[in-house]
Design a binder for this molecule. Structure first.
Ligand code: SF4
Length: 322
């Protein structure tokens, strides 16, 4: 499959009254057409900031200070805001946001908001788009007769998430970014939403970036996984390999902390907590929590290197030069 997206050396900061938060510290990731990439990691590791940067939705006090976001070969960081709106955002790329209720416009009915997405992406009149809205609502399992005239505050969490998915899919994007699409939902609705995403992705043949802190969901849904820690991509591999043979000490810690129903596994957490990104540790940002830390780790940031075909890791344990 051809490369659809390639993010290189992406650096994002947020200027706050406490100081400058170095939220992304040279992130690298990529995605092929029709591929499903999971981005996993603890809260604050940079998953959502990466997604918002790809969509060019980083607002003040945030700033993308360096990097490349190549989408179909075009660097999205170099095109104008108008080009981004007219040709990429809401056309070739769409996003399901973490908080569906707050991402929907509270003053417009569901039918209008879906029609607006269709009209924007297909460049058809609102009247024509409105006629297509029921079909999209049915696709995500909502009764259009009931849902079209509801306002966002009248939706349950599961319905709001379905409306968000409908709006994202109405544009038939080449790349769908789903940021924790199931985090606010109970497990039954979670399963329904994932099944729905799976079906729609298979039919629409679009690529997906699924952002989640839930490794179980990522392993079921994704072809490949990028593990992030404190603003860096620290391990990238196929889903199977990352669960069977994780290499980075942080990835191993994350996997060892997942409970498995019925297994007599001793759960071990990762000691310490995520660093303050205003003053992150020098060298490898994971070194204060790592059992394998040695001198070089405290001074030199490890590069992301391919250590096995298709398996990349940023850790000095796997560098040739120590
Ligand atoms: Fe641990 Fe060093 Fe590898 Fe960082 S580079 S994960 S501190 S061994």
């Amino acid at each position: 499959m051809a490369r659809l997206l390639e993010v290189n050396n992406l650096r994002v900061i947020f200027r706050t009254y406490r100081g400058i938060i170095k939220a992304l510290n040279g992130v690298r990731l990529w995605l092929n057409e029709e591929e499903r990439l999971g981005i996993v990691g603890e809260t604050g590791c940079g998953k959502s900031v990466s997604a918002l940067s790809i969509m060019r939705l980083i607002d003040e006090p945030g700033e993308i200070i360096e990097g490349q976001v190549l989408f179909e070969g075009t660097d999205l960081l170099k095109i104008t805001e108008e080009e981004m709106d007219k040709t990429v955002r809401g056309k070739k790329m769409s996003m399901i946001f973490q908080e569906p209720i707050s991402a929907l416009n509270p003053v417009f009915k569901v039918g209008f908001q879906i029609a607006e997405s269709i009209a924007h992406s297909s460049e058809i009149s609102m009247g024509d788009a409105y006629e297509k809205a029921p079909e999209i609502l049915e696709m995500v399992g909502l009764d259009w007769r009931r849902s079209m005239d509801l306002y966002p505050h009248e939706l349950s969490g599961g319905m709001a998430q379905r409306v968000m998915i409908a709006m994202a899919l109405a544009v038939k994007p080449k790349l769908l970014i789903a940021d924790e699409p199931t985090s606010a939902l109970d497990v039954t609705i979670q399963a329904q939403i994932l099944q729905l995403l799976d079906e729609l992705v298979r039919v629409g043949r679009n690529a997906v970036i699924l952002i989640t802190h839930d490794l179980g969901i990522a392993s079921e849904f994704c072809d490949r996984i990028t593990v992030m820690y404190a603003g860096n991509a620290i391990e990238i591999s196929s889903s199977e390999e990352i669960f069977e043979e994780p290499l980075h000490p942080y990835t191993k810690g994350l996997i060892d902390s997942i409970p498995i129903i019925g297994a007599s596994k001793v759960l071990s957490g990762i000691p310490g907590s995520v660093p303050d990104l205003i003053a992150p540790p020098p060298g490898c940002r994971f070194h204060p929590r790592c059992d394998f830390c040695f001198d070089k780790c405290c001074v030199e940031l490890p590069d992301l290197k391919e250590v096995k075909p298709g398996h990349f890791v940023a850790c000095h344990l796997y560098s040739d030069s120590f």
